[in-house]
Design a protein around this ligand. Sequence first.
Ligand code: CP
Length: 317
Amino acid sequence: MKTFTNVKDLGDLKQALSEAASVKQNRFACKHLGENKTLMMVFFNSSLRTRLSTQKAALNLSMNTIVLDINQGAWKLETERGVIMDGDKPEHILEAIPVMGSYCDVIGVRSFAQFERKSDDYTEKILNQFIRYSGKPVFSMESATVHPLQAFADLITIEEYKKKERPKVVLTWAPHPRALPQAVPNSFADFMNEAEVEFVITHPEGYELDEQFVRGARVEYDQRKAFANADFIYAKNWSAYADPYYGQILSKDMNWTVDTAKMALTNNAYFMHCLPVRRNMIVTDDVIESPQSIVIPEAANREISAQVVLMRILREQ
Ligand code: CP
């Protein structure tokens, strides 16, 4: 594996899930695989889970890890070619990336959508420059449009908790005070469309996601109808994708908050969220603290998804 940005990079999904189960049984079985190899994790944006789980996965494989927070202590980076660099950005990303690549064997990049130009975000301008200029395998740790390590961990979690061969999985939009990227729902849809699940997306009108991720999945605008007989409820906020409202908040309708009454419509569904979560906006205290909430094991599986990806990268080096 040279890059990890989407479900197709994993190849046979059943095989990937089987590898995840093996890692979970013994995460130190391949503890020599990463000896004398260095993972560089580059953060343009904040993180708790991705930072810790990916580092832990690398440590399980005896990799060295370097963590660089671009906005804390590194030179500010210019990302546009052709600019006269007489402002506050003393380094160009086109030098910085190959320099970073020279110090490591694998690079993870976190770089959120900027919401300045949709075309920059949806061509993954920053991530693709790392892929092109670092000379090293690169994986997304949530980039402008995708969060595949999260979606893979979500699928691992669904596989562990499902009670039937083909569970009903509902991705529901929920309100949030700030404009958030579409990366998590995009990747969740990308993975669910390849998994053995009945996949339904529910959101208010105007919040349609990019068809390259939705791929014809059922979209139900009535959240209550969508919740009927669901086995898993996956809540997430996202801002508008469609033009001319890209990156904007169209609604903060608290009627979309996941609460006990809505969960009662489901087949005693498990509640999932990638975290961090805004309580009593996205989900009520009662639901996230209920026995059906699996947000903590879901987050714990981030270590497993990261380890499977790192193992695949290391085996091809
Ligand atoms: N879910 C997730 O990626 O969490 P962090 O933003 O804390 O890494």
